[in-house]
Design a protein. Structure first.
Length: 490
């Protein structure tokens, strides 16, 4: 290509020369790079090293599983506690050994072996163990497991074992998804719950399942678990030992929960200064005891029932203990105040009218002070009620009256007791024959106030305890006076 402008020709010759030089330099560099490949700086990221050549990935060994998981029993003979279910010739053990478990429900507190027994059943039945939590899984997840087990059952004659934890969290419609598969027998099923099945589960599911109740582990069983964990190779392998008294501290913190005691033991061993674990070290590791309490669960109702019955039984010490358990569990103090007001009327009543004042005052203290300042006001009311004379006469009397209201004809109000605000009402006889009590000696009249069919019925029957003894004597005297008045007016 010829350039008509001399300056343009110069620029073309310079560009051509530059291009040739670049190509030449690039060829030399490429050849050198082929003969002597450069090494990149080593970069270490985690367990992977890259220096220009791929090396096998190097992974750190996985951390050990928690102690509670490592110590999980693998056979029935390894299980500690639950003798009523798993002892010699016990019902659940017999079903497991005969491979006759189909659909069962495990009801009991956490850490009592429900999941462990489920795994053992799956192992002995040669079934795949599928663990789902109703708190996390939905109907879609459950149905997928059920359908897969059904397919395997129909094609291979084998079944999976579905362990559905916290089954009480499923509503009635979700629970009904299980029914067809349980009837067909295409799945081995274990439902685990910490809530009362009678309230939390449908009657249809209960009728298709066998219920087994798990109890909290006793002190001896907890101690056996601790000693086993200290010595076992897959446990702590003798690396630490317990000082005198430390085992009792662990048992106290465990509250019958195997998982909890092993977790505390592992934490105490990890924080111990040497190879000895003492009570102080356990308390430092735990910081605060976690109480088993659920505001809407069985513990909620069981503990308030224990408090109420302790007050009724005039046991101030037990009342204080159960009150403390409930408060430490985090219960709303307003709930406690309301229940104390109920106790004051139901179990003390007019035997000591001050009981109701004490309970209402405690309720005001809760509203005005809040937690924790209101604790003593609640304690004062609980102890006062426990120490007060008892009477359920009001409670029983109202119950008898309600029963008559429900079961008997609702008769019209007698004419002499009716209101007569208008001339028409008076012309109809409303208020006729009414006797004004204050016009009579001792404010007593011979007039009857119940419907005719209930005349003479006694609902309130005061006891001879506390202030009710005076009330009972007063009522006897009044009835004698009224009887004489009626004789005179007859």
């Amino acid at each position: 290509m010829q350039a008509s402008d001399p300056r343009q020709a110069v620029r073309l010759r310079q560009q051509s020369r530059s291009t040739t030089e670049v190509l030449a330099i690039g060829a030399v560099n490429y050849t050198a790079a082929r003969q002597n490949p450069p090494r990149r700086s080593s970069v270490v990221a985690g367990s992977i090293r890259y220096d220009g050549r791929m090396e096998p990935l190097k992974f750190a060994p996985p951390p050990p599983a928690p102690l509670a998981e490592r110590m999980r029993p693998q056979t029935l003979d390894d299980v500690v506690g639950q003798e009523s279910l798993l002892g010699q010739d016990a019902p659940l053990r017999t079903l497991i050994e005969r491979d006759m478990v189909q659909a069962v429900l495990f009801w009991g507190p956490p850490g009592t072996g429900k999941t462990t027994i489920g795994r053992i059943i799956a192992e002995r039945s040669h079934a795949s163990f599928v663990h789902l939590s109703a708190a996390l899984a939905g109907v879609k997840d459950v149905r997928k497991v059920l359908d897969e087990s059904q397919r395997r059952f129909r094609s291979e004659g084998r079944r999976d074992l579905l362990f559905l934890d916290e089954i009480h969290r499923f509503n009635r419609a979700q629970q009904d998804v299980l029914l067809t598969y349980l009837e067909e027998g295409s799945i081995l099923f274990i439902g685990a719950t910490t809530e009362n099945p009678s309230f939390a589960l449908t009657s249809a599911l209960l009728s298709r399942s066998q219920l087994f109740c798990f109890e909290l582990l006793g002190d001896e069983a907890i101690g056996q678990l601790v000693r086993r964990a200290l010595a076992a190779e897959h446990g702590l392998a003798g690396r630490v030992r317990l000082e005198d008294g430390a085992l009792q501290t662990l048992i106290a913190f465990a509250d019958g929960d195997a998982r909890r005691v092993l977790t505390i033991l592992e934490l105490a061993a990890s924080t111990a200064a040497g190879d000895v674990i003492d009570s102080a070290g356990i308390e430092r590791a735990v910081q605060r005891k976690g109480l088993r309490y659920d505001r809407s669960g069985d513990q909620h109702y069981d503990l308030i029932s224990a408090l109420h019955k302790s007050v009724r039984n005039s046991d101030p010490d037990a009342a204080l203990y159960w009150l403390a358990r409930i408060l430490e569990g985090g219960e709303d103090p307003r709930f406690l105040a309301r229940r104390l007001i109920r106790m004051a009327s139901e179990d003390i009543g007019l035997a000591d009218p001050q009981g109701l004042y004490q309970a209402v005052a405690a309720w005001h203290a809760v509203e005005w002070l809040g937690v924790p300042e209101c604790d003593l006001a609640l304690a004062q009311a609980a102890v006062y009620l426990a120490c007060a004379p008892k009477s359920n006469a009001l409670y029983a009397g109202l119950g008898r009256a309600k029963r008559d209201v429900r079961e008997r004809t609702a008769e019209p109000v007698p004419l002499h007791l009716r209101n007569a605000p208008t001339r028409l009402a008076k012309d109809l006889g409303h208020g006729a024959g009414y006797l004004y009590a204050h016009d009579f000696d001792e404010a007593l009249t011979p007039m009857t106030c119940l419907p005719p069919s209930l005349e003479g019925t006694t609902y309130y029957r005061p006891t001879s305890r506390g202030d009710e003894a005076k009330i009972a004597a007063r009522l006897r005297r009044w009835r004698q006076i009224i009887a004489k008045q009626r004789e005179r007016s007859a």
